[in-house]
Ligand binder design. Structure first.
Ligand SMILES: Nc1ncnc2c1ncn2[C@@H]1O[C@H](COP(=O)(O)OP(=O)(O)O)[C@@H](O)[C@H]1O
Ligand SMILES: CC(=O)N[C@@H](CCC(=O)OP(=O)(O)O)C(=O)O
Length: 289
């Protein structure tokens, strides 16, 4: 009985590996931008599992780019420093004192944790922010939000150069101002802008829900931009999902082939999405898969 079970497991594993072949062929050389949100990061084990998936992707010939968030980690340090923080329309009102903490946490703590996790799995990751090589130039979003930036010019050649040397770029969502300022950019927005500038094949937005849910709470596996607009008008897409779906629509109109919103805490979420027939999460694109 036990022997039969093992054999069945082996057969299923072999089938999954075999099923991956057309996807491996399709994605050779493809650029996949992965937004790794603070809520998706989870514990050390989840971080290692994510890092392993990224190294595997790189090993089989894809070009991953990680753009991360870190909102909960920023909140934690601001709390310790007794600095109050508020969000307006999903964006953190950012004065100079807050900006210092945001940069410290995003470019320091969070960025280096991801870099180290990827390197620990045998990859070669290098951490940068949107300020490095002047990659992401921003204008202020609204004076009321302070140093919150909106990307207006993304020059991604540094990413191409890193890929050319087998390096996995890990990008903190900070932008350079035209007058030497540092801007705080929402992680989803930064990932979308970078994915569009790279004309990425896929943008994966990792979050803490299985995907975009409809009126009955079911995850919708495929959506067109029109369906996204409809669910948003009906108020079914709400809260933190709004910046994600807005990013998805902007990225698609900016030249990204498809965007997937999926649960980053689920084991091997990225691999399941890219290399299996059923995928994972909600795929948004003009033409259904
Ligand atoms: N239609 C919807 N489908 C799925 N999640 C939704 C929907 N509308 C609102 N949400 C909320 O959006 C949240 C994801 O946004 P957020 O918490 O900001 O993610 P992250 O921290 O990963 O960037 C979900 O946890 C869920 O509560
Ligand atoms: C302008 C703005 O709100 N910036 C975000 C940047 C981090 C982020 O986006 O983190 P998550 O992806 O984990 O939410 C912030 O300060 O929290």
């Amino acid at each position: 009985m036990k022997k039969q079970m093992i054999n069945r497991d082996w057969i299923a594993t072999a089938r999954t590996l075999s099923e991956a072949l057309p996807y491996l062929q399709r994605y050779t050389g493809a650029i996949v931008v992965i937004k790794f949100g603070g809520h998706a990061m989870g514990d050390q084990e989840q971080m290692q599992s994510f890092a392993r998936d990224i190294v595997l992707m790189n090993q089989v010939g894809l070009h991953p780019v990680i753009v991360h968030g870190g909102g909960p980690m920023i909140n934690e340090l601001l709390g310790k420093l007794d600095i109050k923080s508020e969000f307006v329309g999903g964006k953190r009102v950012t004065d100079e004192a807050t900006m210092e903490v945001v940069e410290m946490v995003l470019s320091g703590l969070v960025n280096k944790r991801i870099v180290q996790a990827i390197n620990g799995q045998g990859g070669r990751a290098v951490g940068i922010s949107g300020k490095d090589a002047n990659m992401m130039v921003c204008d202020p979003v609204d004076p009321a939000l302070g140093l919150v930036g909106h990307p207006v010019e993304v020059t991604p050649d540094v990413i191409h150069q890193m890929h050319g040397h087998g390096i996995i770029p890990v990008v903190a969502p900070l932008g350079a101002g035209r007058d030497g300022e540092t801007f705080n950019v929402n992680g989803d927005t930064a990932a979308g802008a970078i994915a569009a500038a790279l004309k990425a094949d896929r943008l994966l937005l990792l979050t803490d829900v299985a995907g975009v849910k409809d009126e009955s709470g079911e995850v919708v596996t495929q959506l067109s931009p029109e369906q996204v607009k409809d669910l948003t008008e009906k108020g079914v897409i709400a809260g933190g999902m709004i910046p994600k779906t807005e990013t998805a629509l902007d990225a698609i109109s900016g030249g990204v082939r498809a965007v997937v919103i999926l649960d980053g805490r689920a084991p091997n979420a990225c691999l399941l999405e890219l290399f299996t027939d059923h995928g994972a999460g909600s795929l948004i694109r003009d033409v259904p898969r």
